[in-house]
Design a protein around this ligand. Structure first.
Ligand code: FAD
Length: 461
């Protein structure tokens, strides 16, 4: 569908933000997100400046028959929003902290680092993930597993209320008391029900933590994974951790000692006194001296240093699966895949779940698979269409090899592309999935919002 200049300028008269069509100079820059593999060509882009702009944009899409995509940072774009109306929320900034109630109200364009900055002076912490540059909405609606997850649950569990503009162009407040079915489905159902304009979440009293990473040479990968499997059996909920087998790319920017080589990284955060956290990390030091250790007491403001995720845009292809256990046979496949000289994969990360994730929250949501033991993420760099195809094919082969050891479910925040259409249902129990589809049919029967993970596969309509 084409949006003509006259139609765009009529829309421009109604809104404060920018209306951008393909002929405009800034179209090229605005159509892209953080993950450079999504190469999308929306018919029109609206950079919203306030909630009224979002309402006007959704109503315009409704009148013109355009489908709607939403983008904050572009860290988690799932499907290319071609021929759509793309609403960019990144200018909707603002975080209000209520230190007494221990809550944060965040506008839709907020990123986690901005919440941390405002919460830390009050000794409070939000449930962000590994990167402070990720947006609060996409992350939270998909679940949101971060370094406090085993102690305080998923970010979705911390949500108190959500404001959104539904496909009929109406701004609605949702909470356990108001529009409660929408409130249930948004937390886990993602961007399927409209454009979120604000989120209110609980904060937690964490001023500092004991965290960091240990690094081991790749030839210890199999034994490190076995050690990790046994170690997580006895750790408390105060400790959230992950283990990653990483193959550093053969790029000139990578130091010689690491280029093209495999390493194992064990990352963890302990919420409590260092003296108690040290006990658990000491077990690793006793097992094998690491090449490097960064564990120390960090102020909460420095939590992002545990993962040191990339800041600049990256082209990557990735997927995930959930595991209930980690057998020796599964470990062998992980090690063979990651050490194969021909594999284009860069990393396999296993995140330890359980703890508070596996508690039914005060206000139940659509989040599924709470009892999974491990979230397994597979990722490779994909700077060209050819490398993207190679990484995607390698991931599918990897999943095939791992099949007997997988639960058959996925975690929504780590799927994209074809799997965003075909695997979303595997994130839920069959009952939850049916309830979400009913909610989708009620609020968005024409599938106006179809570029996030798809509850109803548009190809089948
Ligand atoms: C470096 C990096 C680190 C990460 N670390 C973690 C982690 O530790 N834990 C974890 O759980 N996930 C993590 N993720 C995954 C991340 O949570 C998802 O990619 C998430 O979708 C990003 O949200 P965003 O709003 O920043 O991205 P965007 O790409 O802007 O949005 C992603 C999707 O969210 C939906 N969405 C966004 N804003 C709105 C809105 N206002 N209204 C309705 N729908 C909306 C849309 O469907 C959109 O397609 C990480 C991703 C990256 C790239």
């Amino acid at each position: 569908m084409v949006v003509h200049a006259t139609s765009a300028s009529l829309l421009q008269q109604q809104i404060k933000g920018q209306v951008i069509i393909p002929d405009d100079a800034n179209y090229e820059q605005k159509r892209r997100g953080w993950n450079l593999t999504i190469n999308q060509y929306p018919a029109v882009i609206i950079v919203a400046e306030d909630v009224e702009d979002v309402v006007a944009a959704v109503r315009y899409a409704r009148e013109t028959g355009l489908s709607v995509a939403v983008q904050s940072t572009g860290h988690g774009l799932q499907l290319p929003a071609n021929d759509s109306l793309l609403i960019v929320t990144s200018h909707l900034k603002g975080v209000e902290i209520d230190p007494e109630a221990r809550t944060a109200r965040m506008q839709a364009g907020t990123v986690w680092g901005e919440v941390v900055e405002k919460a830390v002076p009050h000794g409070l912490a939000p449930l962000l993930g590994s990167s402070p540059h990720v947006g609060v909405v996409g992350y939270t609606l998909g679940g949101g597993i971060g370094w406090l997850a085993r102690k305080y649950g998923l970010a979705a569990d911390s949500v108190r209320s959500i404001d959104l503009v539904t496909p009929d162009g109406v701004l609605r407040h949702t909470s356990p008391a108001e529009n409660s079915e929408l409130f249930w489905g948004l937390r886990g159902g993602g961007g399927n029900f409209g454009v979120v304009t604000a989120l209110e979440v609980n904060l937690f009293p964490v001023a500092s933590l004991y965290g960091g990473h240990l690094m081991y040479a790749g030839d210890l990968a199999a034994s490190a994974l076995r050690f990790y499997r046994d170690w997580i059996e006895a750790v408390p909920n105060e400790l959230t951790s992950s283990i990653t087998v990483v193959k550093f790319p053969n790029f000139p920017q990578v130091p010689d000692a690491m280029r093209g080589k495999v390493f194992v990284m064990m990352r963890a955060a302990y919420i409590g006194e260092a003296v108690h956290g040290e006990r658990y990390i000491q077990a690793w030091l006793d097992w094998n001296p690491p090449i490097a250790s960064t564990f120390h007491t960090l102020p909460f403001a420095e939590i992002a240093t545990i993962s040191n995720d990339p800041v600049d845009p990256v082209a990557s292809a990735y997927s995930n699966e959930l595991l209930d256990s980690l057998s020796d046979a599964a470990i062998d496949i992980i090690v063979q895949t990651m050490t194969s000289p021909v594999s284009p994969l860069m990393a396999t990360e296993l995140r330890h779940a359980g703890g508070a994730i596996n508690r039914v929250p005060a206000h139940p949501s659509a989040i599924g698979n709470r009892d999974a033991l491990l979230y397994m993420q597979m990722v490779g760099l994909a700077p060209t269409p050819e490398t993207q195809s190679a990484v995607e094919a390698a991931i599918q082969q990897y999943k095939q090899d791992m099949k007997p050891h997988l639960r058959g479910n996925v975690y929504l925040n780590f799927i994209k592309g074809h799997e965003a259409s075909t695997r979303a249902k595997d994130a839920y129990s069959p009952e939850t999935y049916q309830r979400l589809v009913a909610l989708k049919n009620q609020y968005d029967p024409e599938l106006m919002f179809r570029f996030g993970y798809q509850l109803v596969n548009t190809a089948k309509r």
